[in-house]
Design a protein around this ligand. Structure first.
Ligand SMILES: [Zn+2]
Ligand SMILES: [Zn+2]
Ligand SMILES: [Zn+2]
Length: 156
């Protein structure tokens, strides 16, 4: 579901939490309360959330919100593949389709701030085309496209 469209966001949250729980079980990892809460906070909406916002919210809720705790929780979630980092904003968003390795890319709307994950297969296609054309071998990639989402374009 593109973030720009009206949708039942509670469904996004519950799917994300269920998937994360399943991935942890499959890999024998522990979803501790702070990890779970950080994931929920990242999924509050489709806008990228900075680590400092997470720190502030966690400390309000009485968690041990020392920066290392939060960064460790984020590292765990990144490693599990349930969140992605948006480098240009130094912020985090939930993954649309966790559970397998994939290249990431995002549309970031400058109006509403939502980040929509680019379909991994389109990124793959683009990479294949570029590799073929320029015989450059790609190791890492970072596609962050800014502009107006469908919704904001319609109301502009
Ligand atoms: Zn949603
Ligand atoms: Zn993803
Ligand atoms: Zn927008």
């Amino acid at each position: 579901m593109p973030a720009s469209q009206q949708h039942d966001h509670n469904h996004c949250i519950s799917t994300a939490m269920d998937t994360a729980r399943t991935l942890c079980e499959q890999r024998g990892l522990r979803m501790t309360p702070v990890r779970r809460r950080v994931l929920e906070l990242v999924w509050q909406n489709h806008k990228p959330t900075g680590a400092y916002d997470l720190l502030a919210q966690l400390s309000e809720e009485g968690f041990n919100s020392a920066p290392p705790t939060v960064y460790r929780a984020l590292d765990f979630l990144l490693e599990l593949g349930v969140v992605h980092r948006i480098s240009s904003l130094n912020a985090f968003v939930g993954c649309d389709h966790p559970g397998h390795e994939h290249d990431t890319g995002f549309f970031i709307c400058k109006e509403c701030g939502n980040a929509t994950e680019l379909p991994a297969k389109e990124i793959k296609k683009l990479h294949e085309t570029l590799v073929k054309k320029f015989s450059f071998s790609i190791e890492t990639s970072n596609h962050e496209l800014t502009g107006l989402c469908q919704n904001c374009k319609a109301t502009a």
